[in-house]
Design a protein around this ligand. Sequence first.
Ligand SMILES: Cc1cc2nc3c(=O)[nH]c(=O)nc-3n(C[C@H](O)[C@H](O)[C@H](O)COP(=O)(O)OP(=O)(O)OC[C@H]3O[C@@H](n4cnc5c(N)ncnc54)[C@H](O)[C@@H]3O)c2cc1C
Ligand code: SF4
Length: 341
Amino acid sequence: MLPPMLRLPALDVHQPANLADALALREQLGPGARWVAGGTDLLPNLKLHMVDAEHLVSLRALAELHGITVDAATGELCIGAATRLADLAADPDVLAHAPVLAFAAGRVASPQLRNMGTLGGNLCLDTRCRYINQSELWREALGGCLKSHGTECHVVPGGQGCVAALSSDTAPVLIVHGAAIDVLGPHGASRSVAVADLYDTDGLQHVRLEDGEVLVRVRVPRQPATARHAYRKWAARASIDFPLVSVALRLDLATTGLDLASATGTATLAGGQLAVGVLGPRPRVLDLGRFAGRPVDEALALELGDFAFARCHPLPNVPYDAAYRRERLAVEVRRAVRGMA
Ligand SMILES: Cc1cc2nc3c(=O)[nH]c(=O)nc-3n(C[C@H](O)[C@H](O)[C@H](O)COP(=O)(O)OP(=O)(O)OC[C@H]3O[C@@H](n4cnc5c(N)ncnc54)[C@H](O)[C@@H]3O)c2cc1C
Ligand code: SF4
């Protein structure tokens, strides 16, 4: 028997022309409304009845959420939240100032989805789990779960919270770049949040935004000349697939101008950061200060892989064996160190 066709529930779509109107409209519509940017995450989730909405308020036409600029004085990269991932991946300023962010954006899904999907939507991506990203019929057969009209978690039986995973490709990368987001609230109240502080441990409500708040832009500070970045993603397929393991790495070198590829063994580490995705509702951030003073060489690559293995414990929340994903994580960390130039 063919599975039932997944239909979008009946809802109204609103297309405000500017940010002030959009915020006022969201406030007027109340909690039954949601922002929609590219819709590549939200629409499938609505079809699966994972989330409900009576109104969608589109961010597409809001000029305030578009554009990529570099501050001439500080070198800060400023990216509108409604920037499409395809534009982000190809933008000359992003390629010059944060090439690993461009790389990560270019690894999301497929060309079609990157032409629709936005950076803001990627950061606010819903959490994913093998027991929730299924049809309602499939979920009901299992009795639901904490995120779907049920009372227990199938990943951690007896657990009190949802541990579904954040599978965003850009979030770990932005964290190791020290990026922050600017948020506007219903009454025009603005605030800034480090991307590292954006996420909570509750898979039901993992993005720390109040109802009606909108992510306006992402700010990436100028990276010091001593910083080296890498992003590695492992997925079951090479395209159109969420990461099952993801690793963003920043190594801070003690000296500038070193090309690790040709100077392996001579560069010395001053510090760094590792952000690991797809473990739970928020990326795991590990400080690498304990390795300061070590030469950046094969021994360090092996040790950082062991360090990540010891500190990270993938759960059976997404497809593939959790023990394999833990081994794979260590491998990806080692490859990230070796691949840096
Ligand atoms: C087949 C398939 C494969 C995919 N593979 C990947 C992948 O490999 N990696 C990956 O990271 N993602 C993947 N995705 C998910 C998705 O395509 C991307 O994450 C995309 O960036 C989501 O952006 P969007 O603009 O479409 O978000 P939307 O669907 O429009 O929104 C997602 C959520 O964010 C909220 N939101 C959007 N913008 C804002 C804002 N400015 N302020 C506040 N809230 C906001 C929405 O209300 C919604 O809750 C995949 C999706 C599909 C269907
Ligand atoms: S982690 Fe548990 S509660 Fe959350 S979606 Fe998966 S099964 Fe449901």
